[in-house]
Design a binder for this molecule. Structure first.
Ligand code: GLN
Length: 197
């Protein structure tokens, strides 16, 4: 199995390492490739969009065709995961910050997302979440977005306060937090099996 991690900006290396660990745990042979160029995602079996700055990642992936490759991969039923800024990019609708900055979204999950939803006082924090299909999970939030509303084909996997913080639409998984910043591979393992959804 070949897993691509979109490597234009953000916490790329952490996702590469976690995915390698998760593949090993599942006993699946394969490789994990960080990519900044078009041509790799289309030859992969799964793709991860990491956290970082959604405005920057959006510009870069739409500039050189990686965005279209991610959309095609998702439509062919292969696992796609976005974390934090990656969740914003997977969304269909963004808040005024997303609109003001002209951030283009991939629209792969029918959700309304709010950037920097947890405010300045709580820029980063860790909390135990109950994640459906996975169980209790130590979730790290860093200037995190949150989901304000979900469409009817979206499965809610975790909530925090009034927000949804993990959601899935078929083979596409979006998380407001950073599973790659713990030692727990269960979310990456769950993601790698999403083509069996
Ligand atoms: N605040 C960032 C954004 O809106 C996301 C933060 C993150 O990915 N850690 O793009």
């Amino acid at each position: 199995m070949r897993v691509a991690v979109v490597g234009v900006q953000g916490d790329v290396e952490e996702h590469v390492l976690m995915t390698k660990k998760a593949l090993k745990k599942l006993g699946i042979g394969g490789e994990v490739v960080a990519t900044r160029r078009a041509g790799i995602v289309s030859k992969s079996d799964a793709v991860i969009i990491p956290g970082g700055e959604s405005t920057t990642i959006s510009k870069l992936i739409f500039l050189d065709g990686i965005a279209d490759e991610i959309i095609e991969l998702a439509e062919s039923g292969k696992p796609v995961m976005g974390t934090c800024a990656g969740l914003i990019l997977l969304s269909k609708y963004g808040d005024e910050q997303v609109e003001k900055t002209g951030t283009k979204l991939l629209g792969l999950i029918d959700i309304w997302v709010k950037r920097n939803a947890f405010g300045r006082q709580r820029e980063s924090f860790q909390v135990k979440l109950d994640v459906k299909h996975v169980g209790s999970f130590d979730a790290v939030f860093i200037r995190a977005p949150a989901i304000k509303k979900v469409g009817e084909n979206v499965e809610v996997l975790a909530t925090l306060q009034d927000y949804v913080v993990a959601a899935k639409q078929n083979n596409v998984l979006g998380l407001a937090f950073h599973p790659e910043l713990t030692n727990d591979t269960r979310i990456h393992e769950y993601f790698l099996k999403l083509n069996e959804f």
